[in-house]
Design a protein around this ligand. Structure first.
Ligand code: CA
Length: 234
């Protein structure tokens, strides 16, 4: 969702309201699909995977709640309910049935745009947070990423910041060779300029610290002419 315009599906049976909403959302840069009934909405959902749903509740062939229920079977993206009714009970039901926001008609176009933008932003932030891995465990080796510490069998390996960064980079590319130039750029943040002895020096020390007596079943191996690889060796 981050590298393309968010895709929205707007379900509404009043043609004029549907047209206006689709227009203001499209003008804001969203890719907008529309449906005027539950049946049409289900067809759309079979074709596209929207980043956000905007659902009218009272539809000719059913309810926006039903569309939400179906959507929730496969998606955790935000859902906004729109309705002409303003009873509190409806609000409770809307949120209880997987909706993220409830907008009562008549609402302001800017309010709709603000809610859409906020929900998409919040969704992306939550996803991002979940993606941030804080720990990697590889047999006896464990990495505490926020603290930049590695331990072998629970004992701190005493890695320097650079050694830790090298190890992390190699672990993220487990079983793949990473060139010294690439490691240098990732860890030191500048190009190696052909001199990668620093990398070799640090890798040697790192290996001593994480596999001191060669007793662990992983190692950092040199791949001739290519670079280094973190891999399981037996
Ligand atoms: Ca309606």
């Amino acid at each position: 969702m981050s590298d393309r315009q968010p895709v929205l599906l707007v379900v509404e049976d009043e043609p004029e309201v549907l047209r206006i909403n689709a227009r203001i959302l499209a003008r804001r840069g969203y890719t907008v699909y529309t449906a005027e009934s539950c049946c049409r909405a289900y067809e759309r959902l079979a074709e596209i995977a929207p980043d956000l749903l905007i659902l009218d509740i009272m539809l000719p062939d059913g309810s926006g709640y039903d569309i939400c229920d179906k959507f929730r079977q496969t998606s955790d993206h935000p859902v906004i309910f729109l309705t002409g009714k303003s009873e509190t009970q409806d609000k409770i039901e809307g949120l209880g049935r997987g909706g993220d926001y409830y907008l009562t008609k008549p609402y302001d176009a800017n309010e709709l745009l603000a809610v859409v933008s906020r929900l998409i932003k919040r969704y992306l932030e939550t996803k991002q947070k979940h993606r941030q891995i804080t720990e990697i465990i590889k047999g006896p080796l464990s990495l505490d990423i926020p603290k930049a510490r590695a331990a072998v069998n629970g004992v701190d390996a005493g890695l320097t910041a650079k050694e830790f960064a090298l190890l992390l980079e190699l672990l993220r590319n487990e079983d793949k060779d990473v060139s010294p130039q690439e490691l240098y750029e990732k860890v030191w943040g500048v190009t190696a300029g052909g001199d990668t002895r620093t990398v070799r020096f640090h890798i040697r020390n790192l290996r001593k610290k994480i596999n001191a007596d060669n007793s662990n079943d992983y190692d950092i191996v040199s791949v001739y002419g290519k670079g280094y690889m973190f891999t399981t060796i037996r």
